[in-house]
Design a protein around this ligand. Structure first.
Ligand code: SF4
Length: 334
């Protein structure tokens, strides 16, 4: 049976040069998935879905020496062309002279670069010395190739003053597309809960650049909204179903971090028909738990009614659910 849906398959074929402290995917190992395996994965899923879009990355796009050939292969494996999402590898931009020209050639108009403040903070949070200098160099190289740079800046209690100062640096490089945010609270960023930015501590200078500032909430405001909410927080796919495949060939939805509770199965160990059934039926342990615990119960278990830490409401629900899943499932299967 063929499902009238598009399946986007994202495989972590080459890993990522960075180890960001906020990475929602956590610390996945940098292992190589070869071309033969990628082709096999697509062949397995193709009979079951109307369309396939294949991505050879799940973390840093184009983080491989053969990025040109890889892009052509990704397109060839796809019945609906993969998107670029204004993402690229700044690691590659500063090391490979041909890369920015190639980005331009394939139609890239803008590339998003991620900062955490000035040099020391950015290097610390990216987990790599030299990252800040590379981001500044990449901004210049992109501009020289007529590609706009967008700066994404993550803010927390430790780097908030640095973020204000970084806005001055952006001005000196004529970067005007800037957005600041707290990030979701899953994967590695959940470990930074204690230094999550307080709503009252967002510097005035940063507010005009803050993503969706009018709709951000403090945890106390989230708590008040949810304490009598008897609905269930059950994430769903949009029109396209997106699956993430890690280098150990475990399969996950793209809803949150790849923890055991969210695992759909494994390409080698499980029958493809069973994987497809679980994908279509949203049959993973995490969602079974989610269908059986009310949001009001979650917030009473894990929420802090006195906290000023910033959240968007859906990120907060996911944070609560992942706390529950750790207790009920992940910590028991470790
Ligand atoms: S956040 Fe992005 S760049 Fe940073 S470690 Fe995760 S995948 Fe890599």
């Amino acid at each position: 049976m063929k499902f009238e849906r598009t399946l986007a398959i994202c495989v972590d074929m080459n890993g990522c040069p960075n180890r960001c402290k906020h990475c929602w995917l956590g610390d996945l190992p940098n292992l190589i998935v070869n071309d033969k395996t990628a082709t096999k994965i697509v062949k397995l899923f193709k009979p079951f879905f109307a369309n396939i879009t294949f991505y050879s990355w799940l973390r840093e796009p184009d983080f491989t020496a053969d990025y040109k050939a890889r892009w052509l292969k990704d397109n060839k494996l796809s019945t609906i062309k993969p998107q670029r999402f204004e993402l690229a590898s700044y690691y590659t931009i500063v090391r490979d002279k041909e890369y920015a020209e190639w980005l331009k050639m394939i139609g890239t108009k803008k590339v998003q670069l991620t900062f955490f403040g000035l040099q020391a903070m950015t290097d610390k949070y990216v987990g790599r010395k030299g990252a800040y200098e590379e981001l500044i160099a990449a901004t210049k190289i992109l501009k020289a190739n007529d590609i706009e740079a967008r700066w994404q800046i993550f803010i927390n209690e430790e780097n908030k003053d640095d973020v204000s100062r970084l806005l001055d640096v952006a001005a000196t490089h004529n970067v005007t597309d800037i957005f600041v945010h707290e990030g979701s609270c899953d994967g590695n960023n959940r470990k930074l809960y204690d230094i999550r930015i307080n709503k009252s501590n967002i510097p005035d200078k940063v507010k005009p650049h803050y993503l969706n500032y009018d709709n951000i909430l403090s945890e106390a405001e989230c708590y008040a909204l949810l304490k009598d909410d008897d609905s269930y927080f059950v994430p769903k796919n949009k029109d396209t179903i997106v699956i993430y495949i890690t280098s150990d060939l475990n399969v996950y939805f793209n809803f949150t971090n790849p923890s055991p509770a969210w695992a759909i199965g494994n390409i080698i160990d499980d029958e493809i028909s069973d994987l497809v059934r679980k994908i279509v039926a949203l049959d993973v342990p995490a969602l079974k738990f989610a269908r059986n615990v009310k949001v009001s119960e979650l917030v009473k278990l894990y929420g802090d009614p006195a906290s000023d830490k910033v959240f968007s409401i859906d990120d907060y629900k996911m944070y609560l659910l992942n706390n529950y899943l750790d207790e009920q499932f992940n910590n028991k299967v470790k």
